[in-house]
Design a protein around this ligand. Structure first.
Ligand code: FAD
Length: 341
């Protein structure tokens, strides 16, 4: 019988982030689906009280914690020590954690310390004949692999956007503070603060609710026979600033930039969505001035609700690729939406 352990770290304000709550839904689902499984949870952070209360009703039989100033920050040595201790205290055989930057860095090392194995970027699971099979994408998400392992403990980091965020009423649940003693060697690294790039420099935001995709139409001659690059840049950046959306692009638009033509300085090939670009995950997507051709739209497979703005009522989005198509001038429409925001 497996013991499933959900692991999470608190954010700087003591709460759990979206990725953690989504993964909790997956872990709780797994615990229900796997016959005879025991379900536990483990939290690390500066002060985990609020997080502990928030997830107390998730169905875990016990919540293990490692808390204190030493565990507030993302630091490999202290995180690895804390997570290793929690996994051992819980007797975990399946460890489920969100694929946050903090856990992506430390979980493979934890699996190594435990003598177990790890699969990262897990995007789903099924239970067949009482055995867990996980799913993950390969070859730029074009293929889905389903695999199982006999080795234990088996650590899994789940990508965001796979499950709905968990929420539920608080419940009384036993907790155990696991003692972890750090030596000087584990305290050598000190996090002195965060430096976030300005919002117009950092346009790729994996945690955003909305993906805003710009196409080459922004750089084309408009009804007055002129191109309006400066205005387009202002509208796009203004919308991103207000909506906090992540910025995607069609290939044609970023190709233009690299050829030194109509450059949008805030955009690069990293923004490209599609067959030869990224396959981001966001609850919603809005494309503007982008045609919606198949090699582009294939990159939208993990976008929930899809909307597009295009002057052409016969564009690709109208061929069943979007839930809603606004046949409109994106310059006017996005400006208006920006004002409303
Ligand atoms: C092997 C291969 C791989 C590819 N991989 C990718 C990929 O990964 N990603 C990708 O994006 N593409 C990819 N492509 C290219 C893809 O097929 C398209 O050429 C590309 O997506 C088109 O970009 P676009 O929609 O921005 O430009 P266009 O097709 O030029 O469309 C511009 C649109 O803007 C609209 N428009 C203009 N002005 C306005 C306005 N004021 N308001 C509203 N709408 C307006 C026009 O009506 C038009 O529909 C690939 C192609 C191949 C062959």
């Amino acid at each position: 019988m497996d013991t499933i352990l959900f692991l999470a770290h608190t954010e700087s304000d003591g709460t759990l982030g979206r990725a953690a709550l989504e993964t909790l839904t997956g872990a709780a689902d797994l615990a229900r689906a796997l016959p005879g499984a025991t379900f536990m949870a483990g939290l690390i952070g500066g002060d985990v009280t609020a997080a502990e209360n928030a997830i107390s009703g998730c169905g875990a039989a016990k919540i293990f914690t490692v808390a204190g100033a030493d565990f507030a920050m993302s630091r490999y040595a202290s995180d690895a020590a804390a997570l290793d201790a929690i996994c051992r205290a819980a007797g975990a055989t399946i460890v489920v954690a969100p694929a946050t930057a903090r856990f992506n860095r430390v979980m493979p090392g934890v699996a190594q310390r435990l003598g177990g194995c790890i699969d990262t970027h897990v995007a789903g699971f099924v239970v067949v004949d009482g055995a867990l099979r996980i799913q993950r994408g390969y070859y730029r998400q074009r293929m889905v692999g389903t695999l199982t392992r006999a080795a234990r403990p088996w650590c899994l980091t789940f990508d965001g956007g796979v499950f709905a965020a968990w929420s539920g009423a608080a419940a009384a649940v036993p907790t155990e503070a696991v003692a972890v003693t750090l030596g000087d060697a584990q305290r050598r690294t000190t996090v002195v603060g965060f430096q976030a790039p300005p919002s117009d420099a950092q346009t790729i935001r994996p945690d955003a609710n909305l993906l805003f995709v710009a196409g080459v139409g922004w750089t084309k001659k408009q009804s007055d026979g002129q191109v309006h690059l400066d205005e387009a840049a202002k509208i796009i950046l203004g919308f991103l600033d207000r909506s906090k959306a992540s910025l995607g692009s069609s290939k044609s638009l970023v190709d233009q930039s690299s050829e030194g033509q109509n450059v949008f300085s805030f955009m690069s090939h990293l923004n490209q969505v599609g067959q030869t670009g990224a396959t981001p995950r966001h609850p919603k997507g809005l494309a503007a001035c982008c045609h919606g051709e198949e090699p582009h739209v294939v990159g939208w497979r993990f976008i929930g609700e899809r909307r597009a703005i295009n002057l052409d009522p016969n564009c690709g989005w109208a061929q069943g690729k979007a839930d809603v198509l606004y046949v409109a001038d994106a310059f006017a429409l996005v400006t208006k939406v920006g004002e409303l925001l």
